[in-house]
Design a protein around this ligand. Structure first.
Ligand code: SF4
Length: 114
């Protein structure tokens, strides 16, 4: 850090470039879930909505709506989804509009797995 700081001060650089490649450490970071719509049922979606502590999940008819802006990547829905959700490994989530952070996942006809 100190080396970076002094180099920046000497060269007058106040920002750093966006990394060209993903930092290997980022692979272990928690990320919002990605859902497999084939394995989702209404009952499972309702259960996931219930357990989400940040209210990032909602069900609208046959869609599970994930608010990526509210998701804290706690992983609770992933552990309770019986394989219907996995970490997305996506952390570049910046958007220019709030609506872009709402992901609508069509619910398939799969049966809930307890
Ligand atoms: S990872 Fe946590 S906060 Fe994000 S949708 Fe799942 S339960 Fe909610």
């Amino acid at each position: 850090m100190a080396l970076w700081l002094f180099r920046g001060l000497r060269k007058g650089v106040v920002t750093t470039r966006y990394p060209a490649v993903t930092d290997p450490w980022a692979r272990g970071l928690p990320t919002p879930p990605a859902f497999d719509e084939r394995l989702l049922s209404r009952a499972l979606a309702d259960r996931l909505v219930e357990i989400c502590p940040s209210r990032a999940l909602a069900r609208e008819d046959d869609c599970l709506v994930l608010d990526v802006g509210a998701c804290t990547a706690c992983g609770r829905c992933i552990s309770q989804s019986a394989g219907a959700a996995r970490p997305s490994r996506l952390f570049e989530l910046a958007a220019t509009g709030r609506e872009q952070l709402l992901k609508r996942i069509a619910i398939g006809s799969g049966e809930i797995v307890a």
